[in-house]
Design a protein around this ligand. Structure first.
Ligand SMILES: Nc1ncnc2c1ncn2[C@@H]1O[C@H](COP(=O)(O)OP(=O)(O)OP(=O)(O)O)[C@@H](O)[C@H]1O
Length: 261
């Protein structure tokens, strides 16, 4: 199990666009933490910073610190972060579209011995029978839900201790969202994973995580237990449109009235 600590992080893109403005977050070993917030709040930026991927997006850390199990990874490369056991599953379902399901899994297993790779691949197929059925098909032809399962399978082949998952529910039917959350919960329990779940679908996140952070315009607007978040009228109205009068239109009106940062 591993802990992750982000302290007062400031991230800038292209030297001028301030995407994170002093964000702090912690995840204890084995804890599941949700990162919620509207479009452009900075959620993916935080994922990229944690995973050592910022420079690929012309971004860099201006200030602050990220530690994994006490080790400073603020400016570490993606390879170094991965070697320390942190695996990101990025948004947009970045599978190798022209490789088969099996080839995708094999590519993800490059650090493992052949025997270990075989054992975990078997585990992945047992967990996701649909992937086994479609193992010889190009990953680009899989449905969104199947691609998400493939990404989870690929992540398992990296033997992670911390899993950072960016918007796994995006574009999925509600029943598949439930399925993805269920599988993430199982993996977390069985493998003792520390989990950071980025979601715009707050309801889905609430079903899985113990604590949530709500980002808004590059800052943490709310931090607390899932229970407190769910009983906080502001968080519920602002992010879920689940206020007294309810409805999306009302939520939008409320949102216009309210300033968080
Ligand atoms: N590569 C980039 N270059 C310049 N600006 C960027 C880049 N990536 C993100 N940004 C900006 O940084 C801010 C935070 O974006 P980010 O993608 O982290 O938000 P997000 O909360 O993940 O949003 P979404 O839910 O839409 O993915 C936004 O203002 C965005 O326009």
């Amino acid at each position: 199990m591993a802990s992750l600590n982000v302290e007062n992080l400031k991230v800038v893109y292209r030297g001028v666009i301030l995407a994170l403005n002093g964000v702090s977050l912690r995840a204890e070993p084995g804890e599941a933490v949700g990162l919620l917030g509207p479009n452009g709040a900075g959620k993916s930026t935080l994922v990229r910073a944690i995973a050592g991927l910022l420079h690929q997006y012309e971004g860099r850390v201006l200030d602050g610190k990220i530690t994994l199990n006490g080790q400073d990874i603020t400016h570490a490369s993606a390879l170094k972060v991965a070697a320390l056991g942190l695996t990101p599953i990025l948004e947009g379902r970045p599978v190798f579209r022209y490789l088969t399901v099996l080839e995708n899994l094999t590519a993800a297993a490059h650090k493992l011995s052949p025997a270990r790779a075989r054992a975990i691949t078997e585990e992945v197929f047992a967990r996701f029978p649909r992937l086994y059925e479609r193992r010889r098909e190009q990953a680009g032809y899989l449905s969104g839900g199947e691609q998400q399962m493939l990404l989870l399978g690929m992540a398992l082949l990296t033997e992670p201790r911390v899993l950072v998952v960016d918007e796994p529910s995006l574009g999925l039917a509600p029943i598949l969202v439930e399925e993805v959350m269920r599988v993430l919960g199982e993996l977390r329990r069985e493998k003792g994973l520390t989990l950071i779940l980025v979601e715009q679908n707050a309801r889905a996140a609430f079903s899985l995580v113990e604590r949530v952070y709500v980002l808004e315009q590059g800052r943490v607007a709310f931090e607390g237990s899932t229970q407190v978040a769910q009983s906080d009228a502001d968080v519920m109205e602002f992010y879920l449109g689940a206020g007294a009068s309810g409805g999306f239109a009302e939520a939008k009106r409320y949102r216009r009235r309210k300033r968080w940062v």
